[in-house]
Design a protein around this ligand. Structure first.
Ligand code: NAD
Length: 511
């Protein structure tokens, strides 16, 4: 156990970090919203929330900015994102530290999140010269058909606490090169990192020059009521919403009602299969990081593991040992691998799921609270639960470090069980058998948006499209062609002949 006892003045450190990152301290006068660090549970800042009228004014400003920004050539828009990437490089240490304080991540994960922001900026800069449309064969002589991609409008971003800065950048970097403006409603649990990102973007804007309109990027501070203003506003044609499936069930229909686009990035209940031929050393490390990393608070956290009966007794005792020995503690003052849960409700949900698992015949290793002396901080030993079958809490995402382990004998049945949950985000198979690997990736294999071989479920790179199926929401953001959701496609047909032939041979000859 590695619990540091050194007292920390996180409030002063947070204020100093915010000042270094360029956040205007006026943002903290008369604040009605308390921001807490899960590291100690203490309040580190008070900040004012936006009213519904404030939110509407910011959306109006973003809409006005969009109308100017869409006229700026895309490669020039890319220059703004290039400068944002430079500013993020310059402020990586401070922003990474603030992420660790506000979200409770270990230092390498706090810094890793900022690196992910830098990576998506690099990707988006290249993309700003590659917003390609197709030229399409037409059936009419003397005609040309093509598609054009145009800026869409104000992009609303709603984000979760667990990736407080990266999710914004996945959306904002693409939206800005696409010619859109951005209005961001961060999690009410992580508002400070959002203000820091806005300040960093402001530095990039100051260097960029006058062709970036005022109001291009806005932040709304508040809870779900402010998120709802964004969701319902007619000037926001796209909302990219990251969070729980519960949130998606509320947001999705509201967007559908006004025919707005939705990129929904919701909960995961991610599974892995360990086959007889698996490299068990590799699998062990991947499973440990996937299931215990970020204290089980990643959307891609490994939550269900199906282990073939022939290797179960080799792998599972080693896994249990890893669970028993993993260091849990203050991520800021120790070399712990597992930091705190975000808050008490997260801890309570974990304990409830463990009780339900026991009632369903589960055998639990770990799961107990680790005392640090801070009454409002919730550190836990990650839990490994051997289950007789995939029942009860195994079917749900509990946003905490619980790994349910089940034995399988038949590969087809393992794939069927793997797919028999409501979420469809990420999945892995560990095998050296090419037939099993390919089957897992095939149409009748994993039904998830992410399917990996000999890699864990978490830790995706920005180059691929990120997102999942079923109750994960179906949205895609980040790499590949995810940018298309942030633009409007127009199909253009140009007649350069002297006749007017109609498609499909239709004739309509007037005198
Ligand atoms: P949450 O659903 O409680 O909140 C997410 C955001 O949605 C917050 O900003 C919140 O204020 C807002 N919100 C909630 N209800 C709303 C409503 N009715 N209208 C508008 N906005 C609303 O989620 P959380 O606890 O912050 O994050 C954890 C969850 O997010 C987990 O389920 C996790 O799997 C999921 N997640 C998914 C992804 C992904 O890419 N699929 C990434 C990160 C987190």
């Amino acid at each position: 156990m590695n619990i540091a006892t050194k007292p920390l003045d996180l409030k002063s450190e947070t204020a100093a970090l915010l000042a270094a990152l360029g956040v205007d301290s006026a943002a903290f006068t008369g604040g009605d919203m308390a921001s807490r660090t899960p590291v100690t549970g203490e309040v580190i800042a008070h900040l004012p929330t936006d009213s519904a009228d404030d939110a509407k004014a910011k959306i109006d400003a973003a809409d006005a900015a969009f109308r100017a920004w869409r006229q700026v050539p895309a490669p020039r828009r890319g220059e703004l994102v290039r400068l944002l990437g430079e500013e993020l490089r310059a402020h990586k240490a401070d922003l990474g530290r603030l992420v660790s304080i506000e979200a409770g991540k270990i230092p390498s994960e706090g810094l890793g999140e900022v690196q992910e922001m830098i990576d998506i900026c690099d990707f988006a800069v290249g993309l700003s010269r590659q917003l390609y449309g197709l030229t399409i064969a037409t059936e009419r002589p003397g005609h040309r058909m093509m598609e054009s991609w145009h800026p869409l409008g104000v992009v609303g971003i709603i984000s979760a606490f667990n990736f407080p800065v990266a999710v914004w950048s996945w959306n904002a970097a693409l939206a800005l090169v696409a010619g859109d403006s951005v209005v961001w409603k961060p999690s009410e649990k992580t508002p400070l990192t959002a203000l820091a990102c806005q300040a960093i973007l402001k530095r990039a804007l100051a260097r960029f020059g006058s062709d970036a309109p005022d109001g291009l990027s806005q932040v709304l501070i508040g809870g779900r009521d402010i998120g709802e203003v964004l969701v319902d506003h007619p000037k926001v044609p796209l909302v990219s919403a990251t969070g729980s499936t519960r949130m998606g069930r509320e947001v999705g229909p509201r967007l559908a009602k006004r025919f707005a686009r939705a990129v929904l990035e919701l909960g995961g209940n991610n599974g892995g299969i360990v086959c007889p031929s698996a490299d068990l050393d590799m699998a062990l490390r991947a499973i440990a990081f996937g299931a215990m990393g970020t204290a089980g608070q990643r959307c891609t956290t490994l939550r269900r593991l199906f282990v073939h009966e022939s290797v179960y007794d080799q792998l599972v005792p080693r896994l249990k040992k890893a669970y028993e020995s993993v260091s849990v503690g203050n991520p800021l003052t120790s070399s712990s691998l597992v930091g705190p849960l975000i808050d008490k409700p997260a801890y309570d949900a974990m304990q409830k799921a463990l009780e339900e698992a026991k009632a369903a015949g589960g055998s639990v290793t770990g799961g107990a609270r680790v005392e640090t002396g801070a009454t409002d901080a919730y550190y836990v030993k990650p839990a490994l639960v051997e289950m007789p079958a995939q029942t009860g809490p195994v079917l749900e995402e509990t946003f905490a470090p619980i790994l349910y382990v089940m034995k399988y004998s038949d590969f087809d049945a393992a794939i069927a069980d793997h797919n028999a949950v409501a979420a469809g985000l990420s999945s892995s198979i560990f095998t050296l058998n090419m037939q099993e690997a390919e089957r897992f990736l095939a149409a009748d294999g994993s039904d998830c948006g992410i399917a990996n071989v000999n890699i864990g479920t978490s830790g995706a790179e920005i180059g691929g499209a990120f997102g999942g199926e079923k109750e994960t929401g179906g949205g895609r953001e980040s790499g590949s062609d995810a940018w298309k959701a942030y633009m409007r496609r127009a199909t253009n047909t140009i007649n350069y002949s002297k006749a007017l032939p109609l498609a499909q041979g239709v004739s309509f000859d007037i005198e």
